[in-house]
Design a binder for this molecule. Structure first.
Ligand code: KG4
Ligand code: ZN
Length: 326
């Protein structure tokens, strides 16, 4: 019987260099993130060229540190997982090259992982068992997508997404308009905590539509035109965005007739969204899995989880020849 499978995962798709070691797709042995946030903050956004160079500086020391923290040698690693897209090309290439180099040095297979699928499988981390089928909402700086997760072998179906801006992007742009700082999500959430409900009004995007799509660019324009205190605008903005996200997730679950919800992506770190989704689920007797905040924003542990679940069949083929079994 196969005992354990340890995957070393690498994620460099945007501005965080991340390395993790995950056992059997669920147990996080170590998860390290070297954030470039402070470097990019002075530019008000991610500068691709700067990001690639910072990844290059961080990646190998981080891999070494991950092995050390997990008290493992390379011989104990069964496979290497790496994000191959979507993301900034120069940044992705640093991670992919590191993965290929390790694979060659250590004689281990590489498993390619889609970043968004990684955000879905973050839900499997440090939880007893991921109950499937489920519908998942991934809301991040680059994507806002709904998926049907059919089973644990990687069958994921896209149900809908944003027509324009991503939800996290909307948070980032609103924060810029309101002069709240970067990254926008936490800044808006912080300002909103001081805001007064009902002080300003903003339109609800695509309200009343039955489809599973999102649109946030109109809301961004509305934020730039409305007058009021930044904290009040932030509060209303956050309320509108989290309402729309929750509404569409519920609609997706109804459409697919599932009772398990998954939330992922950087925006899932938002407290108001987490509470709203938890509430609607509780009312209906549905289950909801929301990863720890550290696994909502970009990290490598989720890439290790996705690699394990989506490539289970392939892994079984090479596993027997490489690893001691009992
Ligand atoms: O998943 P992620 O770390 O990177 C991407 O793949 O994009 O998501 C980053 C996004 C940013 O737009 C950030 O503003 C947003 O997630 N975010 C939040 C919060 N924390 C991060 N948005 C709302 N509330 C938060 N607490
Ligand atoms: Zn992401």
């Amino acid at each position: 019987m196969i005992k354990t499978m340890k995957i070393l995962a690498i994620e460099t798709s945007c501005d965080d260099t991340a390395v993790a070691i995950v056992e059997n797709g669920r147990k996080v042995l170590v998860s390290l993130v070297a954030s470039q946030e402070k470097i990019h903050a002075s530019f008000g956004g991610v500068v691709p060229e700067v990001a690639s160079r910072e990844h290059l500086k961080a990646i190998y020391p981080l891999i070494e540190m991950a092995l050390k923290r997990a008290k493992l040698t390379s011989g104990k690693i069964d496979a290497i997982a790496v994000t191959t897209g979507p993301g900034l090309l120069g940044s992705l290439m640093v991670g992919v090259n590191a993965a290929k180099t390790l694979a060659w040095l250590w004689g281990k297979p590489v498993i390619n992982v889609d970043h968004i699928v990684g955000h879905v499988y973050a839900a499997a981390l440090n939880t007893p068992k991921l109950a499937l089928p489920a519908v998942a909402l991934v809301a991040s700086g680059g994507h806002t997508d709904l998926f049907y997760v059919g089973n644990a072998d990687g069958k994921i179906r896209h149900l809908g997404g944003t027509r324009d801006d991503a939800a996290g992007e909307a948070f980032d742009k609103a924060a810029r308009i309101l002069n709240l700082g970067y990254p926008g999500g936490p800044a808006v959430a912080k300002a909103a905590a001081r805001g007064h409900a009902g002080a300003v009004a903003l339109p609800t995007p695509l309200s009343g539509q039955a489809d599973l799509e999102f649109s946030f660019s109109g809301l961004k324009t509305a934020v730039s035109r409305v007058s009021g205190k930044p904290s009040d605008i932030a509060l209303t903005f956050q309320a509108v965005v989290t309402d729309v996200l929750t509404d569409r997730l519920v609609a997706a679950a109804n459409k697919m007739k599932v009772t398990q919800l998954i939330l992922g992506g950087g925006v899932a770190a938002n407290r108001v969204l987490r509470d709203k989704v938890a509430n609607v689920a509780a009312k209906r007797g549905w289950r909801v899995t929301i990863p720890d905040s550290q696994f909502c924003t970009d990290n490598a542990a989720m890439i290790g989880a996705a690699a394990y679940y989506t490539r289970a069949r392939l892994q079984r083929q090479w596993y027997n020849t490489n690893v001691v079994v009992d």
